[in-house]
Design a binder for this molecule. Sequence first.
Ligand code: UGA
Length: 450
Amino acid sequence: MRIAMIGSGYVGLVTGTCMSEFGFDVVCVDKDAAKIAALKDGEIPIFEPGLADLVQTNAESGRLTFSTDLATSVADADAVFIAVGTPSRHGDGFADLSYVYAAAEELAPALRGYTVVVDKSTVPVGTGREVAGIIRKAAPNADFDVVSNPEFLREGSAINDFMRPDRVVVGAETERAEGLMEEVYRPLFLHETPIMMTTLETAELTKYAANAFLAAKVTFINEIAALCEIVGADVQDVARGMGLDGRIGAKFLHAGPGFGGSCFPKDTLALAAQGQKAGSPMSIVEAVVQANDSRKVAMGEKIIAACGGSVEGKTIAVLGLTFKPNTDDMRAAPSLVIVPALQAAGATVRAYDPEGMGEAKELLAHVTWCDDAYDAMDGADALVIITEWNAFRSLDLDRATQLLKSPIMVDLRNIYSPEEMAAAGFEYTSIGRPDTKPAAQPRSVTSGGA
Ligand code: UGA
């Protein structure tokens, strides 16, 4: 089996590398010559735990190669995966399909022998059929089928998600295409992964429905958290009480500063746009988009309130900037709304993130970039945790209170327990739980709890 992966971004690189680990010959193609040259030199353009090692071993074995030459790569392939970006189109939220269509046009004349063209990018319903039309027009004699095979892997745990998925969804129109896709995913049969064969349209919509549902789940618990703060309930317990119901499930009920990343924000917008276009509005998804935008704004206000109602002239230490831990991805990160809001209210921000600062420096201005968490706290009036990196879960709280001018902590991910923070001498504000004041006699505490 020979596989060509068009697009060596996040999805293409992870998918291609894992497929070479399955034992297939994979060539990852990209137009970006600098990226391909770097990959050939063993440099990985993204931070993803475990990926660098896997690229190295498979590249050394000769099963994983990198190329800018799309035509040659496609000619040899049994399956050509399209894994290019589908960003939100400015103005209307629709997915921008120009990269997908350009890839289809370019690959069509290069096809040799029967080839399955697999849409891996997240694309609106109808795109697979459109891609088939483009290829047929550009290469009327080509022997091919178009398949939709959405990906469900998460940044930060992408390798494990690929190797042990909950399911594989394949939208195919012919038995020949189904057979080839079964061959591609045969290694997962060992784990008895359910492989679902369906139509193109169903596969395409399944991906949007899954992401929008998860985004709604996060947004729901965030709204419950806001209500908890007003009525004096504890969102962690509410989430547990809900999640133990097997019909609901405990996952994605962790309240926080709002979802970000490259997928939920763009896919919720795109599904809402598809609903409008089809005359079948996705009113829940539209509300999710709005509520999540407001959530990020509310987080800035929450921090200001925790600082006594004003941050004018104050210094705020911010820990964690990426949209979630174990990634360097800053796309739609809550920090991109929160940090400018604090600055607009007159604060100086000292920030630290284990992996995201390279990208953050391009996106956030006038921030003092720090070497580690304690450097960020040095002389600050308050400490804010935006992203729950493991490195922030067991801070030396004695040292933190000594470094901070006032022991105020705003924990937007609930990685500490209110009681413990009170005992450590903090004025502690978290998400959906009562604020706590320092205990009368602070005792020495060195590690986090939750
Ligand atoms: C998401 C989906 O989980 C994947 O299944 C999907 O393949 C991927 O999008 C995609 O379409 O490519 P990802 O964006 O990597 O994956 O990140 P998630 O782990 O889903 O987190 C998304 C956002 O929700 C983050 O900002 C995270 O902090 C937030 N979140 C998640 C919460 O605030 N609470 C939770 O309980 C879970």
